[in-house]
Structures are given as structure tokens and as C-alpha cells.
Design a protein around this ligand. Structure first.
Ligand SMILES: Nc1ncnc2c1ncn2[C@@H]1O[C@H](COP(=O)(O)OP(=O)(O)OP(=O)(O)O)[C@@H](O)[C@H]1O
Ligand SMILES: [Mg+2]
Length: 297
């Protein structure tokens, strides 16, 4: 079982589009997949045709301790469930402030669901912030996938993102790894996209082996800009239902194949959680990210 947090604090980079369509592609390829919408905007829920209303069970009820994940999940197509979010999830950030173990609420709920109704993949669509919801996702996950739009500004925030992952690794979840970088809204044929991608790859290659992103792979499948991907949410459908022959469906299908190919490499890694875990020595600061190296001064 793999638990993947799709995370980037920058808005509009393709977190939701990638979470939904990757989850749908994995489900199509026979895996049981549960998509967890952790964004109060509820975009993943809407994308799959689930209207998030505050009077209906949602992930908010899981954070407030009144329902289990199993109780709030909806089957949306074969092998694919969604845990919906609604606007009241925004209150969770405030309500959990003083709660004990507030970072591990989702992790505990997930462990319970895995005992009762297991799935092969949990994909978490994070909000564009590094608040308590994202921290819960990172504590519950084994892997982080980062969607990036390959241009200068997208890379600027990478260092913050990697620092956050390192912090969670030190304090809460020592198994957390950044395992994949998804290049989204990719402009094929542009020099900038190719240059930024090269910088990113060489930055990762040079990362010290003890960083949580040392083995991250930049997926070969580039997610091209494709209008069908932007249209699909308004029909409440994944790209595979809406336009299965589009470039968007091809790209996310290819990405899913790469993600499935990682299964062997991941086999045998036990998940663990510790609120007291300390690294034996100071963890090195994240390297300067490629965008800053490239464009500094
Ligand atoms: N490859 C693509 N081609 C065309 N449009 C895309 C593509 N990927 C995403 N979009 C569109 O770009 C917008 C932002 O994408 P998305 O909602 O997936 O980003 P996000 O990171 O989840 O945003 P937020 O930070 O607000 O949650 C959406 O309108 C989406 O339909
Ligand atoms: Mg989103």
C-alpha cells in the first residue's frame, strides 16, 4: 500500500488535476485507490462529481473526530473512492490548534480504514498552504509527489517545500520521502521548460543521500498543457471518462505506468510514525533549489 501526498504550497500548479487523474489512472489499471480531498475548496471532490455540502459527511468530520474515513468515503467509479472536502474544512486549521496529537489525526484515521477496508493507494490532494492539513497529509504519507510548473517562479518555492518535508521527516514521520516530481502544464518545445527541467534533475542528483528528496525521480511523463484537462472538472469526470483519447489522458496514463513501476522499489519499506523521533545529528539544510541557483544575482 502506498500513501502519496500531492503537495506544493504554490497555488494553481496542478495538484488537484494530478491527484484526480493519477488516482483515476491507477484505478483503471486495477488498483484500489482512495483519493482524499484535503483542500477546503473541495476541487478534487467537484472534479469527480461529488458536490461538497457542509451538511454531508466529509473529511472535516474525520478531523473533528465524529466519523471514520470509511464512513465518509464515496465510490465514484470502479476501484476509485473519494473522501470529499467542503468549505468547513477551513475551520479545522483553527479547531486543531490546541488539540493534542493534531498532526497525526489523519494518519490514525487512515490506519483504521486500512484495517477495515484496505486499498492499494491513498492519494492526498493538499491545499496550497503549509498548515495543519498539509502537515497531517505529510505525517500520514510515505511519499510526496510534487507537481511543478517548470518556470522560474515555480522553482522559487521548492526550497521551502523541501525544508518542510525534512522537518516532518525529523519530527513526525521518518519514512517520508519525496519520491516524484511531476512536471505539469508543460510547454513542449520551449527552451525555458527544458532548461528548468535540466536544472531540477541535476539538483536532485547532487543532493546528499540523507535528504528526504535524495532519490526523488522527475517523472519522464511530462503533463502537457491540454485544455481537455481544464474542461473535465466541469463535467464531474476524470480525463479518462471525459476525453480518453486526449493528450491529457495519454500523459496521466503514462505517469501512472511510471508510478506503478515504482512499486517494486518500494516493496518492503515499512511505514512508521513517531512523535518523538529525533535524527541522531543535525540534518543538513536543504540545498539551494535549482531556480535560485540559476537565477540568483
Ligand atoms: N495540464 C494542464 N493543461 C491545462 N490546464 C490545466 C492543466 N493542469 C491543470 N490545469 C488547470 O489549471 C488550473 C489549476 O490546476 P489545479 O487546480 O490542478 O491546481 P492546484 O495546484 O490544485 O491549485 P490550488 O493550489 O488552487 O489547489 C485549473 O483550472 C486546471 O484545470
Ligand atoms: Mg487544488
Amino acid at each position: 500500500m502506498r500513501r502519496i501526498a500531492v503537495m506544493n504550497q504554490k497555488g494553481g500548479v496542478g495538484k488537484t488535476t494530478s491527484s484526480v487523474n493519477l488516482a483515476a489512472a491507477l484505478a483503471q489499471q486495477g488498483r484500489k485507490v482512495c483519493l482524499v480531498d484535503l483542500d477546503p475548496q473541495g476541487h478534487s471532490s467537484l472534479h469527480l462529481g461529488v458536490e461538497p455540502h457542509s451538511d454531508e459527511p466529509s473529511v472535516y468530520d474525520v478531523f473533528s473526530g465524529t466519523r471514520s474515513l470509511k464512513d465518509v468515503r464515496h465510490l465514484v467509479s470502479e476501484n476509485l473512492w473519494i473522501i470529499p472536502a467542503s468549505l468547513d474544512l477551513a475551520a479545522t486549521e483553527v479547531e486543531l490548534v490546541d488539540a493534542q496529537n493534531r498532526e497525526i489525526v489523519l494518519r490514525q484515521a487512515m490506519e483504521k480504514m486500512m484495517q477495515e477496508q484496505p486499498v492499494d493507494y491513498i492519494v492526498m490532494d493538499c491545499p496550497p498552504s503549509l498548515g495543519v492539513l498539509t502537515v497531517n497529509a505529510l505525517t500520514a504519507a510515505d511519499e510526496v509527489f510534487i507537481p511543478l510548473q517548470p518556470h522560474f517562479f515555480a522553482l522559487q518555492g521548492l526550497s521551502k517545500l523541501l525544508e518542510t518535508t525534512a522537518l516532518i521527516t525529523r519530527r513526525l514521520n521518518r519514512n517520508l520521502k519525496v519520491s516524484g516530481i511531476m512536471l505539469c502544464l508543460y510547454e513542449t518545445g520551449t527552451r525555458l521548460a527544458a532548461d528548468v527541467t535540466d536544472d531540477l534533475i541535476s539538483f536532485l542528483r547532487q543532493s546528499p543521500p540523507d535528504t528526504p528528496w535524495a532519490n526523488a525521480q522527475v517523472f519522464n511523463s511530462r503533463i502537457r498543457r491540454n485544455i481537455k484537462l481544464a474542461e473535465a472538472p466541469s463535467f464531474g469526470q476524470s480525463i479518462f471518462e471525459y476525453q480518453p483519447k486526449s493528450a491529457g489522458a495519454l500523459d496521466y496514463g503514462a505517469l501512472a505506468t511510471e508510478v506503478l513501476a515504482m512499486e517494486k522499489a518500494n516493496a518492503g519499506v515499512d511505514s512508521d510514525i513517531s512523535t518523538t523521533f529525533q535524527m541522531p545529528q543535525a540534518t543538513p539544510q536543504p540545498q539551494q533549489p535549482p531556480g535560485e541557483q540559476r537565477f540568483a544575482a
